[in-house]
Design a protein around this ligand. Structure first.
Ligand code: HEM
Ligand SMILES: *[C@@H]1O[C@H](CO)[C@@H](O)[C@H](O)[C@H]1NC(C)=O
Ligand SMILES: *[C@@H]1O[C@H](CO)[C@@H](O)[C@H](O)[C@H]1NC(C)=O
Ligand SMILES: *[C@@H]1O[C@H](CO)[C@@H](O)[C@H](O)[C@H]1NC(C)=O
Length: 510
């Protein structure tokens, strides 16, 4: 008899422990934000959040207002939906809100990469190569690789005088991915290939292959991040990861020419820290993901919005022609390729505004920080809440600010000059409740984890559109066709993708 008591007790304790883990006992404490655990233990609202984050969060916002806590897959997330209160999250000390711990977990699951202790420091020191003076070199490399991919058949018999047909999403993503990859990870050496032409051809073929595999991983990605792949898809994801680790390995990269300083430094620092080489290879893929997953889809939206808004297309085209003229360059048959420099790209306020507007409409990252200790949190209007250690705090700027009709009137409309003042300078004054909103659009995130590639990415987008306008005529095959809807499964990961492609045609202008 007496033997049963410990067994029963043990069972009881583990059952209670289980319930505790499932969150059954969590109650809202005084001064905490409204709490909604949903009906499913542990998962909470994870399924609704995953199937359409925007719809779910809008529903919660209507119900609870601009701060609330929801259970998502074992974690309690406090969402702050008031843009005027973002500053106190973004700028909060690391001892209160931590970004790295959460990011490390995700990166380990999705990329199999186990971080260094001072991982983020390494990133911060290399990032200078993507900004300022570093950008002059990156712009040059990007331009040469873009021209290799877009214009290589100029002057050949095949030429491109005839209309070429392609899916716009496929074309834009393909070109930007491959050119960005070559500019960052280097290109094939003339030494190994025998001639410059052969080396260039190798780059074109090899980057195409990489792109095709990348797209497969890309489409598995949201479900991989939510850990809901089928066994077969899991195998495929493993295969792809191994393929990328191999294709981007340190061994292969060191044989390339013109590897960017950004990539070079990252690899070099890790080597010096004594990281195993296979782990460095994994990191190379992580960087490929961060650097190439967003810019291609963004370029698709940008070109599509321009095609759908002739007044915007006209304004941007005039700007491009003006900049070319000012630098005494002209696109003509048999003439030299244009030399599109960083300086030229700093004289395009209209294109800048069109890029910013495109990102406002279609970039939807979720910013997450771990709450490191029990703390007080003050909203901009003075309301005070307490937050619990171990929970997470999250911002979803797409709903909270980018689509707020008070900050951005007619938020679903593409207005190419939304970010321009009447005098043609960059506009940065946006208001809510009569107060100036500092974070009026946040495609790059903010604070410590803000995208270090934002200047380079903006440049890439502008270069691509610049070259398209300078060299090609292009239009939708069916000009009446509507803009394809957004694929709802990717909210929270960055730039959105369309649910399906749209056909367009292009041909050389001369
Ligand atoms: C339109 C293109 C792009 C968009 C919309 C974008 C967006 C973002 C966002 C929202 C984050 C922050 C995620 C967070 O707060 O957790 C991020 C991080 C990052 N991005 Fe970008 N990005 C773009 C292009 C690029 C490019 C071209 C590069 C590199 C050349 C790059 C490199 C990175 C890196 C390394 C991080 C991680 C930063 C960290 O952990 O501190 N991104 N990006
Ligand atoms: C490799 O890229 C550089 C720019 O980074 C460019 O100058 C060079 O022409 C490219 N080489 C080949 C063989 O395409
Ligand atoms: C690319 O690398 C080759 C070989 O090292 C070098 O001759 C060339 O100047 C580099 N190009 C650029 C744009 O850095
Ligand atoms: C383009 O212009 C820049 C700056 O004027 C110059 O340094 C560079 O060599 C030029 N590139 C080519 C390919 O002419």
């Amino acid at each position: 008899m007496s033997l049963w008591l410990p067994v029963l007790l043990a069972l009881l304790i583990s059952a209670l422990g289980g319930l505790y883990l499932l969150g059954a006992f969590r109650r809202r404490r005084p001064k905490e934000p409204p709490l909604d655990k949903g009906h499913i233990p542990w998962l909470g609202h994870a399924l609704d959040f995953r199937s359409n984050s925007v719809e779910f969060l809008q529903k919660m916002q209507r119900k609870y207002g601009d701060i609330f806590t929801v259970l998502l897959g074992g974690y309690y997330f406090t969402f702050v939906m008031d843009p005027l209160s973002f500053g106190s999250i973004v700028k909060e000390a690391k001892s209160n809100f931590d970004f790295t711990h959460f990011a490390k977990q995700l990166v380990a699951r999705v990329f199999g990469y186990h971080s260094l202790e001072d991982e983020h420091k390494v990133l911060e020191t290399s990032n200078k190569h993507l900004m300022g003076d570093g950008l002059v070199i990156m712009t040059q490399a990007m331009m040469e690789n873009l021209q290799n991919l877009m214009l290589h058949s100029i002057g050949t018999v095949k030429g491109q005088k005839e209309w070429q047909y392609d899916g716009l999403f496929h074309y834009s993503y393909n070109i930007l991915f491959r050119a960005g990859y070559l500019a960052l990870y280097g290109n094939e050496t003339v030494r190994r290939m025998g001639s410059k032409e052969k080396a260039k051809e190798f780059d074109r073929v090899h980057s195409e292959e990489l792109f095709n595999e990348f797209r497969k991983y890309d489409s598995l990605f949201p479900r991989l991040a939510y850990a809901v792949l089928s066994p077969k898809e899991k195998l495929e994801a493993e295969r792809l990861k191994n393929l990328f680790w191999n294709m981007l390995s340190v061994e292969k990269t060191t044989q390339k020419d013109n590897v960017s300083r950004w990539i070079f430094d990252q690899q070099h620092f890790r080597q010096e820290q004594g990281m195993a080489e296979y782990m460095q290879d994994r990191y190379m893929f992580l960087l490929l993901w961060a650097s190439q997953g967003n810019t291609g889809p963004a370029s698709y939206w940008l070109l599509l919005f321009l095609m759908k808004h002739p007044e915007a297309l006209k304004a941007v085209k005039e700007e491009v022609e003006k900049v070319l003229k000012e630098t005494n360059q002209e696109v003509k048959p048999g003439g030299p390729l244009i030399n599109l420099t960083r300086d030229m790209l700093m004289k395009t306020p209209i294109l800048d505004s069109a890029v910013e507007e495109t990102l406002r409409l279609n970039t939807a990252p979720v910013l997450i920080r771990g709450i490191m200790q029990d703390m007080d949190f003050k909203m901009a209007d003075g309301r005070e809440y307490t937050l619990r250690k171990g929970d997470r705090i999250a911002i979803f700027p797409y709903i909270a600010v980018q689509m707020d009709p008070e900050v951005h009137p007619e938020p679903h409309q593409f207005k190419y000059d939304r970010f321009l003042n009447p005098d043609g300078t960059k506009k940065a004054d946006f208001y809510k409740n009569g107060k100036k909103v500092k974070y009026f659009t946040m495609p790059w995130g903010a604070g410590l984890s803000m995208c270090p590639g934002r200047f380079f990415a903006t440049n890439e987008l502008k270069q691509f559109v610049f070259l398209m306008l300078a060299y090609f005529d292009f239009e939708l095959v069916n000009v009446e066709e509507d803009i394809p809807p957004i694929d709802q499964s990717r909210w929270g990961f960055g730039i959105m993708q369309p649910a399906h492609d749209i056909q367009f045609k292009y041909r050389l202008r001369f």
